[in-house]
Structure formats: C-alpha cells, structure tokens
Design a protein around this ligand. Structure first.
Ligand code: NCD
Ligand code: ZN
Length: 350
C-alpha cells in the first residue's frame, strides 16, 4: 500500500533566524507579514546609523513592538552591530538584561549598510572572548570584501581566511554562519563538532545564478551573498531537508523599494517574509521531506540558541495555488515580492 500524499501539516510556529525589518514606514509595511507566521525573529541591526549599543537596540525593539499589529505575539530578538569600538561590557549588559540575543559581524563593506563593520578582526577579540564566556552567539555575514576576490568565491575564502582563525582563537564562541550559499559552507558546518550552525534563506533554496543573469538581468533575484551555481543550491536543499540540527531557517528577507533596486547600482536584497512558508513547503515536498520542515523552521533554531520552541502551532494546507501580491505598497514606495517561479499550493491556515 502506498502512503497517501500529505495535504495538511501542523508544525510548531516557526521562527526566522535572520530578518531585516528596517524602520519607519517600511517597518510598518513588512512587520505584519513576519508576525503573521513567525513567533520570533533575529532582527538585523544594519540600519542607518547601525544598531550598535544596548540603548539603540532597546529603542529599536520598542519601535518594532509599537508597529506590531494588535493581537500578534511576535517577539523581536535583537542583535548588536559589531564595530571595532564595541565595548565588551555593553554587550554583556545587553545580553544579561535580555535586550540583545546575539551580535552581528559584518566585514566592512560586505553588504547593505555595512561601512561600520569590522576590518581588523583582532580589534574585536575582547568582545568575542566576552561573548564566549557568557554564551552569546555571534551571527556572521560570511563573505570577504577584498576587491581581488571574485564575488562568487567570497564565502569560501571567508571560511579559510576569517572564520577558521576566529574559531581557533575563540573556540568556545557560538557562531551562526548566516545565509550560507555554497557546498563549501555546508561541508564546513557539517565537519565541525560544536559551536557552529548555519542559517539558509528561502530564496537560496530556489534560485541559482542563472536566475539572476540568464535571459536578461533580474534585479529582484539579486541579494548578498549572491546565489551561486546549481550544484550549490542542491547542497543547500540537501542540508535543509536532512534534519541535521545545525541548519535552520533565516529568511534574510531584506526589503528595498523598486526604485532602490531598479537603478544603475541597485540594492541587494530579496523580500520573502510574506510567502516564505508556502515556498518552503513546496521545496520540502519536492524533496520528499515535508516531515523535516518543522525541524528546519521551528526546532533547530531555538535548540541552537538555547531557547524554548514556540508553544503555538501553525497548519499548512495544500490546495489551489495561492495568489500572493507581486508588489506591496509601502509608505516609501512599491516593494516587489519574491517570485519563486512555480505555483505555491501550500498556505498557512488562518
Ligand atoms: C541585506 C540588506 O539589504 O540589508 N541584503 C541582502 O542582500 N541580503 C544585507 C545582508 O544581509 O547582506
Ligand atoms: Zn541579511
């Protein structure tokens, strides 16, 4: 007897372990989409100016909570933007007071609003040692920024030149390699015995570099780290659906208005908060791994961060294709929603 195909799936409410909510009108436009499906999210600190201190993180958290639609229990987990001037004591205090969950490391110039990032990694060593001592995770944007390194190689080179040395010098530091895009990163995480995990985005499970560059340039598929070859996408899918506890969802949903993306020097970032769960259900179903979706979206992340899983559940239902908006009107301009290029049959039951 063959098993009936699954058409309903109830899982613990998911969390998003890497999210850009921005501020002001954009925050108001995108926050409801995350709050609809997700219980918590690790909030990226790359505002202008960046969220560097405990005080700034607390103020940003208050602005997020104020923008939260009534009746939603979404919890923003704040991060501090690591600079060469970050004070270890301020970080420790923010962690102890429950203001900041993690610290974010951007190599200077790696991505949107990362000019204040780190150039000399020895300068931040005291902060990293303090974090190791108190068990506070470091979220890492894993790309070198050297102009002589090919953009498609920047993640793999980062592992060898930056991440291995940091983890060797501060082995007790808990690291999250964010939005991994290569088989190299997947292998590196799999080969480590402790204190290393990785987030994977929705879009990197779906697109490869051809989607961006073949048959005309597609700015709405441009993000950082940039999508790689198909063999890397396949390695990411295998890691995500494997059930391996070191891999979990971080959407890296990063809203930019259309005018900001569609210009001679367009911004990096893909907006997926609204349709991520539908996209992921398709990816996991196609891989014959719907049963592993909950581990990826709802169990592995809290486990690594040392937090309880969400008490609530959500139910995904399969039916006729769901019509998501292609564009969302925000107070600062239109925002294009990620188009996976295939119909989405799964929706989250209201
Ligand atoms: C992010 C953004 O726009 O803030 N962009 C992106 O392409 N992912 C920054 C980042 O996380 O790299
Ligand atoms: Zn990001």
């Amino acid at each position: 007897m063959t098993a009936q195909p699954i058409t309903r799936l109830t899982i613990r409410r998911p969390d998003d372990w890497h999210l850009h909510l921005r501020d002001g009108a954009m925050l108001e436009a995108v926050l409801p989409h995350s709050a609809e499906h997700f219980g918590r999210a690790i909030i990226m600190p790359n505002l202008v100016p960046p969220v560097v201190t405990a005080e700034q993180a607390a103020a940003y958290r208050d602005r997020i909570l104020k923008a939260l639609p009534e009746g939603k229990s979404f919890k923003p987990l704040m991060t501090l933007y690591l600079t060469e001037n970050t004070d270890p004591a301020d970080v420790a205090r923010a962690h102890a007071d429950g203001i900041a969950t993690a610290v974010k490391l951007y190599p200077a110039g790696a991505t949107t609003n990362s000019a204040s990032g780190v150039r000399d990694f020895d300068k931040v060593r005291p902060v990293l040692e303090k974090m190791a001592e108190i068990g506070m995770p470091l979220c890492v944007h894993g790309e070198v920024t050297d102009s002589d390194i090919d953009i498609f190689d920047r993640e793999a080179v980062f592992i060898d030149r930056v991440l291995r040395p940091i983890r060797k010098k501060v082995p007790e530091l808990k690291v999250v390699m964010e939005h991994v895009t290569t088989a190299d990163a997947v292998d590196y995480v799999r080969d480590s015995s402790k204190n290393l995990a990785a987030t994977i985005t929705t879009h990197h499970l779906i697109i490869n570099r051809n989607h961006i560059l073949a048959g005309g340039i597609k700015p709405h598929f441009y993000c950082l780290p940039v999508a790689k070859r198909e063999k890397h996408r396949i390695a990411l899918v295998q890691a995500a659906v494997s059930g391996d506890k070191r891999f979990f969802l971080g959407t890296d949903s990063a809203p930019h208005t259309d005018p900001a993306k569609l210009q001679p020097c367009g911004c990096a970032g893909i907006y997926t908060s609204i349709n991520t769960m539908s996209c992921l259900a398709e990816v996991f179903e196609a891989a014959g791994a719907l049963k592993e979706l909950e581990a990826f979206t709802s169990l592995n992340g809290p486990r690594y961060y040392g937090l309880p899983v969400n008490e609530e559940t959500i139910t995904l239902v399969k039916g006729d294709p769901v019509a998501y908006p292609t564009t969302i009107e925000t107070g600062v301009g239109p925002l294009t929603v990620f188009d996976p290029g295939f119909p989405l049959h799964w929706r989250v039951e209201a």
